[in-house]
Design a protein around this ligand. Structure first.
Ligand SMILES: Cc1cc2nc3c(=O)[nH]c(=O)nc-3n(C[C@H](O)[C@H](O)[C@H](O)COP(=O)(O)OP(=O)(O)OC[C@H]3O[C@@H](n4cnc5c(N)ncnc54)[C@H](O)[C@@H]3O)c2cc1C
Length: 266
């Protein structure tokens, strides 16, 4: 089974509150960069399927040429190969164009049975890219997969469980297909020492507009309908803190309950 997995480099979630919005707009984010945490589950599932059915796992990432933490981590975890999509013409791409770029790379790589994505990127957080990717390729696309139930590589079908608010939905689809996965699907492995060495030495090709057979008018700001005009943090909320005092735990608990009832919280 040949599997493509999409991986995005994002700012470390622990540092997100410290990021100045102007750094995001200029593309010059100073925070530590990591693999999007949701994509670790996508990489893990691809590796589990490869271990069961054989084949190859290839990671694809779109971002600045030096934004390699995503692809490097994927290789360190066990992916066989990776490709970066990077070109000045891609700047300002919205989520639909991002899906189109990843789709063009998948077409160029060819010979794949499944594409696995994370459920969302912790920075952009739209969850639009996986759907745009499936649509651009004209393939079945199933979101929020919490379990791969059955794979039939010969019959070319895949049965999965989708995690919904009020239960699970079982879906069978023909392959090739695109799925986005949620954290309930597996427990991502840590990279091995050998994997980290392999990632450090890996030659990762960089593909631009021409390599993907696209025109500059279809990508970046030119091809996007959604433009970021302003990015700002929501105003800080005024919070008042009250320490509940009392001689005993029971007294403190009673005072707390009285206060919660008075505030109509309970
Ligand atoms: C400098 C800058 C300018 C921007 N300008 C605009 C703008 O003008 N208009 C606009 O709409 N957006 C803009 N963006 C946002 C950018 O388009 C989105 O971050 C991108 O489209 C991905 O969307 P998302 O983060 O919501 O991903 P989601 O849809 O939440 O991601 C879901 C999954 O898709 C995959 N995925 C997503 N992105 C990538 C990627 N880059 N590489 C590989 N896999 C990926 C991952 O597996 C991820 O888990 C800008 C971003 C930057 C850094």
């Amino acid at each position: 089974m040949n599997i493509l997995v999409t991986v995005k480099q994002v700012p470390d979630t622990a540092e997100l509150p410290k990021i100045d919005p102007s750094e995001v707009v200029s593309g010059n984010i100073k925070a530590t960069q990591i693999l999007n945490p949701w994509d670790e589950y996508a990489v893990e599932e691809a590796l589990l399927l490869k271990e069961k059915f054989g084949g190859k796992v290839t990671a694809i990432s779109f971002g600045p040429a030096d934004a390699r933490e995503g692809v490097k981590r994927a290789i360190a975890m066990g992916a066989d190969a990776a490709v970066m999509l990077s070109d000045n013409a891609f700047n300002g791409s919205d989520a639909i164009v991002t899906g189109k770029l990843l789709a063009a790379a998948a077409k160029k790589l060819g010979d794949f049975d499944l594409i696995i994505t994370g459920r969302s990127a912790v920075d952009g957080d739209s969850s639009v890219v996986p759907v745009a990717l499936g649509r651009s390729l004209g393939l079945p696309m199933v979101t929020y997969v919490a379990k791969v139930r059955e794979v039939d590589p010969d019959g070319k079908t895949l049965t999965v469980e989708r995690l919904l608010e009020d239960g699970r939905e079982v879906v069978t689809m023909p392959l090739p297909a695109v799925i986005s996965v949620v954290k309930e699907i597996n427990e991502p492995r840590y990279p091995t020492f050998m994997g980290i060495r392999k990632a450090t030495r890996a030659k990762i090709p960089v593909w631009g507009t021409g390599d993907l057979g696209l025109d500059a008018s279809e990508v970046g700001e030119a091809g996007s309908t959604v433009k970021w005009t302003n990015l700002r943090k929501p105003p800080a909320r005024k919070v008042e803190c009250e320490i509940i005092e009392g001689e005993t735990v029971e007294e403190k608990a009673k005072t707390l309950v009285d206060r919660l009832i008075a505030e109509k919280v309970i």
